[in-house]
Design a protein around this ligand. Structure first.
Ligand code: ZN
Length: 112
């Protein structure tokens, strides 16, 4: 998905509308590889989402609390950082969500 600068500004105003998409995006990456907060903020920025740590970290905690992600500590130079991976439940939830997103995608794009 490519977005212009004015698009990404508008996204911050439509945060509620996009929060589910951002969760799915995070889950998608956590299924593929271990993710960490700052890396995910950068990844999302490539897709036109400007997310602050103050938004992303609670989102990650929320996904962990629901059982979709599992965190562990990883050494990063002298410091340690928290990395997240999808759990089997997270994988299942993503598979189910993909079907719904595919359907929505087709309906949204109909006639375009
Ligand atoms: Zn991505």
């Amino acid at each position: 998905m490519t977005t212009t600068k004015s698009d990404s500004h508008r996204l911050t105003d439509d945060k509620d509308l996009y929060s589910g998409l951002i969760r799915l995006h995070v889950l998608h990456h956590a299924v593929k590889e271990p993710i960490f907060g700052l890396g995910m903020i950068e990844e999302l920025s490539h897709h036109g989402y400007r997310i602050s740590p103050g938004t992303l970290y609670p989102l990650l905690h929320g996904l962990e609390k629901k059982g979709y992600l599992r965190s562990s500590e990883q050494a990063n130079g002298k410091s340690r950082r928290k990395i997240y991976r999808a759990t089997p439940l997270g994988r299942k939830a993503l598979t189910a969500a993909k079907k719904k997103v595919r359907e929505l995608f087709h309906e949204l794009m109909e006639g375009e």
